[in-house]
Design a protein around this ligand. Structure first.
Ligand SMILES: Nc1c(/N=C/[C@@H](O)[C@H](O)[C@H](O)COP(=O)(O)O)[nH]c(=O)[nH]c1=O
Length: 363
């Protein structure tokens, strides 16, 4: 096998950690000696062993004179675990092949320097594009200190999310709705507005057929605490629920929610500012947010352009009606020159529906 093949293997192994390692990146490692794979590893949880550590443990002393393929530059600083660069030197690895460098200023280039100074051959940038594509959440967080935002809509061909009487079950089919749960699984939080809780009484849990689903934290934007106490997100005890409210909400109004184990977070700044909400979430350890609307909430994310990925599921249905809501409310963009421009990353058919993944154009 070529270097690229082993790196592709490391990239595939890295993916097992997606949604589990935040705020750390996912990383994969493969150790090869004499054409034999003798160790593999993935980073599975922040604070636990890095991919290289798992792979080196599996390789044991056969790591001596081996080549390790690692998707991200080995760390060289003492984080929650000792530096991997030191461990690679101690294990007498002969060659290190790296997918991409780490955007973390604490790490970038230092690991490579340490390895080379120890006489280890280092090759850089093998399958760099694919290695970079592993960590959109980590790169965004390193870049901006803010959570990565995925905005999801499920619409009819004419762009509606419900009928004019508010009915929306269902617009998209089983297969598309299941796909949504894969995204819920890998995001730290799912965010909706209180109107969605009132109209849909959603569970916002991850329900995948294989049963062992991981639930995101359910975040409700609800300035005056209008969330009904009998809502699923309050009563079902299936996942954590945080309600972000205005700081003016009275303590006694919060009491019944707090007694149910709901976390009420009064925001000190203006709750209508999505940037303030995202800042509060990242301060509470949230690195990625899955926004499931409704239209008004989506409208505020668009207004502030706080969107990193757009997931659109389109059903071959027509709903019509000028009062039937579309997926993005608010005042919208007035001039085409100010339109929020994206580029389509993928289009696929899921059952009868079409799924489009798009990302903002990097200006
Ligand atoms: N109406 C539809 C959706 N509707 C999305 C939200 O309005 C719902 O409240 C939310 O998905 C319900 O979450 P649950 O209770 O956990 O299932 N979303 C979809 O993908 N297709 C739809 O046809």
């Amino acid at each position: 096998m070529k270097d690229e093949d082993y790196m592709q293997l490391a990239i595939n192994i890295a993916k097992v950690g997606i949604g589990q390692t935040n705020p750390n990146p996912v990383v994969g490692a493969v150790i090869v000696n004499d054409g034999q794979v003798i160790g593999i590893g993935a980073h599975l949880k922040a604070g636990e062993a890095h991919a290289e550590v798992h792979a080196l443990q599996m390789a044991g002393d056969k790591a001596k004179n081996s080549t390790i393929y690692v998707t991200l530059e080995p760390c060289s600083h003492f984080g929650k675990t000792p530096p991997c660069a030191d461990l690679l030197i101690k294990s007498k690895v002969k060659r290190v092949v790296i997918g991409t460098t780490d955007p973390n200023p604490q790490v970038s280039g230092k690991g490579i320097k340490k390895l080379r100074e120890a006489g280890i051959e280092v090759d850089l940038g093998i399958m760099k594009l694919q290695a970079d594509e592993l960590n959109p959440v980590y790169y965004h967080y390193m870049d901006t200190g803010m959570p990565y935002v995925t905005l999801k809509s499920a619409i009819s061909l004419d762009g509606k999310i419900a009928t004019s009487t508010g009915e929306s079950k269902w617009i998209t089919g089983e297969r598309a709705r299941l796909d949504v749960h894969m995204y819920r699984q890998i995001h730290d939080a799912i965010l909706v507005g209180v109107n969605t809780v009132i109209t849909d009484n959603p569970s916002l849990t991850t329900r995948l057929p294989n049963g062992n689903s991981r639930n995101p934290i359910r975040v409700i934007l609800d300035s005056s605490l209008r969330t009904p106490l009998h809502s699923n997100v309050i009563q079902d005890d299936l996942a954590s629920t945080w309600i972000i409210v205005n700081k003016s909400v009275k303590q006694e109004k919060m009491k019944p929610f707090i007694e149910k184990g709901i976390r009420i977070i009064p925001i000190q700044d203006d709750i209508r500012s999505i940037k303030n909400v995202l800042k509060l979430l990242v301060e509470n350890g949230i690195s990625s947010v899955f926004v499931e609307g409704g239209a008004e909430i989506n409208g505020s994310f668009l207004k502030e352009r706080a969107i990193n990925q757009v997931l659109t599921y389109i059903a071959p249905k027509l709903i019509g009606g000028k009062r039937a809501p579309t997926s993005i409310g608010g005042n919208g963009i007035e001039h085409m020159a100010d339109v929020f421009q994206l580029s389509v990353k993928s289009v696929e058919q899921l059952g009868d529906d079409i799924k489009i993944v798009s990302e903002p154009i990097r200006l």
